[in-house]
Write a protein that binds this ligand. Structure first.
Ligand code: ZN
Length: 238
């Protein structure tokens, strides 16, 4: 091993010979640092912006985050035959009116569900799958993915609606974000959301978050920075 006796001397020499100009490697490091600081500040501002005014409705409910833990209590109002939380009622009314004005017929087939109603929907789905020949275990797992067990459905928040019909769903995919709604379970997001793709289910997250989620093409889980929380198994059976 070489000895380090001469270290102090070398250092002194170097500093005396030091120029005011920065070496290219230092410049690169400073540039990288500046970019990192800007990116970090950008993300902070972005997040702050995203939460502004909409924080109450940015609630995550999925197989790993139950309604009980959401701290969200819906205050219900009827829109077009279904109940929804009052936070999204006004935008939902506008959405329905604009969709119809565009010549697309739209009907809501589900809104708020109580825990008991969700349990019923879940049990019906289990029976349906068993009738088509699946074992009880498989049917149960499929129902969890297709409709969600009681306590894990956004319908229990009053912040989600199901839309009937292909034309209306297509219009919603294009335009729902303008009213604060997102397609909650897009194709290919099954492992992140824990739910099967569903072209009928739209979730209210507020105008700002919906616009950002839509333009980034991400899920609510990803939006909330929960990329690595998916410990539960997502079993896709067919
Ligand atoms: Zn739904």
């Amino acid at each position: 091993m070489p000895e380090k006796k001469t270290k102090t001397k070398t250092k002194a020499k170097k500093s005396s010979a030091g120029k005011k100009r920065l070496r290219p490697s230092v410049k690169i490091i400073l540039a990288v640092l500046a970019v990192l600081i800007l990116v970090f500040a950008g993300i902070r501002i972005y997040r702050w912006n995203a939460q502004r005014g909409d924080s109450r409705v940015i609630v995550l409910v999925n197989p790993w985050n139950t309604v009980d833990n959401s701290d969200f209590t819906p205050s219900l109002q009827t829109v077009d035959g279904v109940q929804v939380d009052k936070s999204c009622a006004g935008e939902l009314e506008k959405l329905l009116a604009d969709c119809r004005a565009a010549g697309v017929s739209i009907k809501l087939s589900a809104g708020y569900r109580s825990a008991e109603e969700q349990l019923q929907v879940f049990e019906d789905e289990v029976s349906r799958q068993m009738q088509s020949g699946y074992s009880a275990d498989t049917a149960y797992a499929m129902a969890e993915q297709n409709v969600g067990a009681s306590g894990t459905s956004e319908h229990e928040l009053g912040l989600a609606v199901d839309v009937e019909g292909e034309a209306a769903q297509g219009w919603m995919q294009e335009n729902a974000w303008r009213y604060g709604f997102i397609l909650r379970y897009p194709e290919g997001s099954e492992a992140v959301t824990g739910r099967s793709a569903d072209s009928a289910h739209f979730r209210y997250v507020g105008l700002t978050a919906a616009e950002q989620i839509n333009s980034l093409g991400i899920t609510l889980e990803e939006y909330m920075g929960m990329f690595y929380t998916q410990d539960a198994e997502v079993e896709v059976t067919n």
